[in-house]
Write a new protein. Structure first.
Length: 105
């Protein structure tokens, strides 16, 4: 399952948590939402170790950290985070690590 899909699906299952993976009222951050929906660990999305710029403030960190940053610092809704993730996650034209395949043999 793509990370963007997992975040979107997980967002339908619980309220959003800010500053916590899971909070006392059952809320979940973007990462917890994805993990719950996909029933997997973060190894499923190894490409999130790649460095990117935060779309809000240009902070350069791994995707995984930018997801937390968007959730907690900028208070983006999980659907908005998922929409952004969909623009950078691997596709059929990229590897599982998010790098473009080379046509050079």
């Amino acid at each position: 399952m793509k990370l963007s899909e997992a975040i979107t699906l997980g967002a339908m299952l619980s309220p959003q948590a800010v500053g916590h993976f899971k909070d006392a009222r059952g809320g979940r951050c973007a990462w917890a939402s994805a993990a719950d929906a996909a029933r997997c660990g973060y190894d499923e999305w190894k490409w999130t170790k790649r460095i990117v710029n935060c779309p809000e403030c240009a902070l350069a960190k791994p995707v995984a950290i930018v997801i937390i940053h968007l959730n907690d610092t900028h208070r983006w809704a999980r659907h908005r985070i998922a929409d952004w993730i969909s623009t950078i996650e691997p596709t059929e034209q990229t590897s599982a690590e998010g790098e473009e395949f080379s046509s050079v043999a």
